[in-house]
Design a protein around this ligand. Sequence first.
Ligand code: ZN
Length: 470
Amino acid sequence: MISRFSIALPFCFILCLIHVSSAYEDDGKDPTIKTMEAFSGYPIHEHVSPDPLSSLSVDTQGLQKQFDELASFSDSPAPSVTRILYSENDVLGRRYIKNLMSLSGLSVREDAIGNIFGRWNGDEPELAAVSTGSHTDAIPYSGKYDGVLGVLGAIEAINVLKRSGFKPKRPLEVIMFTSEEPTRFGISCLGSRLMAGIKEHAELLKNTVDNQNISFFDAAKAAGYSNVENLSSAFLNKGSYSAFVELHIEQGPILEEEAIPIGVVTAIAAPASIKVDFEGNGGHAGAALMPTRNDAGLAAAELALAVEKHVLDSGSIDTVGTVGILDLHPGAINSIPSKSHLEIDTRDIDEKRRNTVVEKIHQSALSISNKRRVMLSQFKIINQDPPASSEEFIIKAAESSARELNLPYKKMISRAYHDSLFMARISPMAMIFVPCYKGYSHKPEEYASPEAITDGVKVLALTLAKLSTQ
Ligand SMILES: [Zn+2]
């Protein structure tokens, strides 16, 4: 018996390696192992892994194939991806995701606006679930990783745990959020805002139309969501989830530049968006003398510089402000602008600091209109979402997962916002980032390497496993 052991173990080790490298064989079974078992009389698989989570195997090739297949549902040619809410390709993409969830043995449901949920019931299904997910809609001519990693990667993380023999205590749930991008209806994070039970958002959706004048309700019905008018049925209670964690490409250059495979997000910055209109008398660019003018264009220019000043005065590198739109009317070289329109985006991870900037911008708009004798005909705060902090116990779970997998990590802030920002209103939340090429996102050059994706999926899988037993 002793001698059989000493022969069988090294053989087992080698054969296991062979087995892993030939994992894509047709029937999934290596005939040499069967022979070896018969020969030794010893069930070699019993020795493979005493701790199932010590050997997490990601199907990197299979996952790559899924990225490519999902990217083929696009309104623009490869390598770009365009997948707009409730379009034919969006519906096909949704079908693809639901199918993958079913293949992974998850029970699939959809809510009134098409947030998709795939649940793996744990040993104690009555407990609040641990959830993970992201979005698969894509702005025009973007890439195939933004959001998609957090959906395909989450389903693969479930597969990884299932393959390892892990059994969750709490249920694990993968979520595909409806329309994180604002492309069609001008509202970002449409699905997660609704799940968070924001009533004003539900009210807004009732009267929202796209640029073809198709209402949100009609578009949803055309995509098969006939129950869409029952918006409140999609609200989730606080406590529905014990934790939410989103895997995402960084969309910035830091991880790649510092060659760090994992980012653990500690806070998500949130924007306030403002629309401003000034009106003056306009006039002929030659005939109207300077002392008589009230130039709406110069008022806009002065306000744009005031935005920069107030942002810099905050003293924090985390405060940012952008005037992304500045339109002048009538827009002729020989005409003094009689109207100007600005759209301002300012963000921070500190809500009070950001709101102080918004207030200072308002004061500047008033004083500029006074000084330049132009009318401030609009100063409208379009949205002012609160930033979110990640929850310490999820940060800890992600950090210890990275450490156990020997993957260096960095704690960082998400300066873009995600569905996680709204999930934070109903659940403890954190995010995991992986590096992407040059930080590119929202363009066809967006790229995350198979290694980066594999690392991210492993950290997500282990983090979910830890959270599901807490
Ligand atoms: Zn995204």
